[in-house]
Write a new protein. Structure first.
Length: 140
């Protein structure tokens, strides 16, 4: 089972007039679960790929999943599928359909973000900003 949705917490942080323009900027993987007897058969990967395909076709620029801090096998699983795992509190910066820059982060709630560029010609890049870093969605 995979449940993906626009990230509600992130959308609520923006004024109501902007939400419709932002709704296709991100898709958040809220839940991805495969029953134990069916793991390691590619089912989770197939679900993730289909979700990414549908989001990409809809013009969504970025997929993100929240991964519990310290869940290293889950982080590796996402990395093997092209995701970049943000450090705790590391923001993800990207340009929206509205043309402006915006960002999202892990919400400081015990999770880290795993993010992936969905559109052709775009990639994630870690950039130093003073003593900190940010992940940016950029044209390749």
């Amino acid at each position: 089972m995979l449940y993906a949705t626009p990230p509600i917490r992130w959308l609520r942080a923006h004024p109501p007039a902007q939400r419709n323009g932002l709704i296709h900027s991100l898709t958040e993987i809220e839940l991805l679960a495969v029953a134990e007897p069916y793991r390691h058969h590619g089912i989770g990967t197939a679900l993730l790929e289909e979700t990414e395909h549908a989001a990409r076709a809809d013009g969504t620029r970025l997929a993100l999943a929240k991964v519990r801090i310290g869940a290293f096998p889950v982080m590796r699983w996402y990395r093997r599928r092209g995701y970049t795992v943000a450090a705790q509190g590391e923001p993800v910066v990207f340009r929206t359909r509205l043309g402006g820059l915006t960002s999202c982060d892990d919400g400081s709630d015990g999770y880290q973000l795993a993010v992936k560029a969905l559109q052709p010609g775009e990639t994630m890049r870690r950039v130093a900003r003073g003593a900190d870093t940010v992940l940016t969605l950029e044209h390749a």
